[in-house]
Design a protein. Sequence first.
Length: 303
Amino acid sequence: MEGKADGVRIMRVRNGLGLEVTVCPDRCADITRVIFKGDNMGYFAPCGYVSSKYYDANQSEMVRSFTGGFLTTCGLDNVGEVCEIDGITYPLHGRISNQPAKHCYWSENDDDYIIHAIISQAALFMDKMELVREIHIGKKNNTIEIKDQIQNKEDKESACMFMYHMNMGYPLLSEHAQLQINSCDVRPRNEYAREHISTWKEISEPGSMTEEACYYHSFEEKGVAKIYNPDIKKGVEISFDPESLPCFTEWKMMGKYDYVLGLEPGNCNPNGRKKVNQSGKLVMLKENEIVKYGVKIKLLEEA
């Protein structure tokens, strides 16, 4: 690869059943591409692949290196808007998605191909967190399972903010796509979202929205979000445990050139560390404490 992508490593897995998954070890071992029987499932941002050496944490500069892809991991010190606490600035969606894995390899068993990665987010006098990730790609079925554990390696309590920023794109995403989320409650993030809350599950054509709209979903039992497009007869189902990931954000941006639907389970809403802390919902890990998160993804065919 050339340009800002020069030197970026990728790992590609094909399971022989039509599923192709691309993982980027140099970007938190995030999933950049999911292709299912020839059709793209995820959103790929205009900047494309960008090496972590070009990452700029200032204000909203993160979007200049936001590949998007099928998965961008948000955290570990911030999720959501830029904020400042006690003189420390926490960048948009945190730093972890721009951290290269310090160790990444693959293995297999009878059922899965497995990509393993260790990603460190640590600094002198600051947080010392480690993310250990496994991505299981099914051999016998078209599934992806992400298993993550985060450990606080600091000698004191540290905050842990975490969100799976999963992004659906064309041709899965179109005005004919059908969205289902089994939530029991839906709340708008801002006034623009409130004005359009009656259409939260509708996917409109590109260019139909002038700004992004976010909706917060709550669940009583197992969390499931599903998008299916009858035009290509394919879809994606995301399932997760709302006990460990109690916050689910639906992000809609129906712009002409920025056309994306985010389906985002997390341990917090993307309001930024300062607001989440003020709400009393900031997850704190004790010294050496480990917390585990995960999502299951199933590729769908027919209705």
